[in-house]
Design a protein around this ligand. Structure first.
Ligand SMILES: *[C@@H]1O[C@H](CO)[C@@H](O)[C@H](O)[C@H]1NC(C)=O
Ligand SMILES: *[C@@H]1O[C@H](CO)[C@@H](O)[C@H](O)[C@H]1NC(C)=O
Ligand SMILES: *[C@@H]1O[C@H](CO)[C@@H](O)[C@H](O)[C@H]1NC(C)=O
Ligand SMILES: *[C@@H]1O[C@H](CO)[C@@H](O)[C@H](O)[C@H]1NC(C)=O
Length: 234
């Protein structure tokens, strides 16, 4: 993804630079960010995912950075890795989604090659931009906890509703080495009456796929990944 006609990634066209985006924050001018999520458009999956249910509004766009977890049955010579869940820290990129979608599309690939920013210190920029955490309650129940000590955006239990393979040119993994990028997904609330967060799309995934077989793998292992998460609420 590094070059567009010989230009580096931060100059997507001859007249534009993503670095300008960094200058667009308060105090500024007519280029101030709008952060108008009603203008944000989700990227289309290779096999189209169903649209959000009518009546929902896009409440948040986050970059998730973490690991997909797998186990291997070491007693079975032909076993394949079993997905057991994921664990990721979510960072607020709502304004980027609204204002510079082509930059957003590159962030999972960029984030995958960077360490997960430390977010323990409440005063750190990483903590201030942290939307929350994503993990699994059991193998089939992804959970989003969007509450931190700085804000309460809610929590939600989900279930997989639909999936699409990632595009064929998606990254293989960290440093573009590995076994591919996990599926793009649509998740629906497990109990839609009981939570504000209703639907979550995992899009523009980078990395996360396990090897095809368990040969040479340990009983449990993690694969680094990053992704966009588009979170829709009532
Ligand atoms: C996934 O969504 C597509 C498009 O809406 C639909 O045609 C397909 O049947 C869905 N698949 C599943 C497993 O629900
Ligand atoms: C070994 O793994 C293969 C591939 O997942 C599976 O089809 C088979 O049932 C497994 N055998 C046992 C004994 O679990
Ligand atoms: C995300 O960040 C933008 C810009 O800082 C802010 O306006 C918005 O409230 C944040 N939203 C959430 C849900 O964190
Ligand atoms: C898998 O994910 C959990 C969090 O859900 C984490 O604590 C654990 O260390 C991960 N890795 C392995 C190899 O189980």
């Amino acid at each position: 993804w590094a070059n567009h006609g010989g230009r580096p990634w931060w100059t997507p066209s001859a007249s534009a630079s993503y670095l300008e985006f960094g200058k667009r924050f308060p105090g500024a001018d007519s280029n101030a960010p709008t952060c108008d999520l009603s203008q944000a458009v989700m990227p289309a999956a290779p096999t189209p995912l169903p649209a959000p249910a009518s009546g929902l509004t896009l409440s948040h766009v986050a970059i998730g950075r973490g690991t997909q977890n797998y186990t291997c049955d070491l007693t079975n010579a032909t076993a394949v890795p079993t997905a057991t869940g994921a664990k990721a820290t979510l960072f607020n990129v709502s304004c980027i989604a609204a204002d510079t979608p082509d930059l957003l599309a590159k962030l999972p690939s960029i984030a995958l090659d960077l360490p997960i920013p430390s977010s323990d210190d409440e005063t750190s920029p990483a903590y201030q931009d942290m939307s929350g955490h994503h993990y699994f309650l059991d193998a089939t129940t992804p959970f989003f906890n969007m509450d931190t000590t700085l804000h309460q955006y809610g929590t939600g239990q989900f279930k997989k509703s639909n999936g699409s393979n990632a595009p064929s040119d998606a990254l293989l993994g960290t440093n573009n080495q590995g076994f591919g990028s996990v599926q793009w997904l649509k998740l629906d609330a497990k109990d839609s009456a009981g939570q504000v967060l209703q639907e979550v799309y995992r899009l523009n995934t980078a990395g996360g796929q396990p090897p095809k077989t368990c040969q040479g793998m340990p009983a449990a292992f993690e694969v680094q990944y990053s992704s966009e998460y588009w979170i829709w609420a009532q």
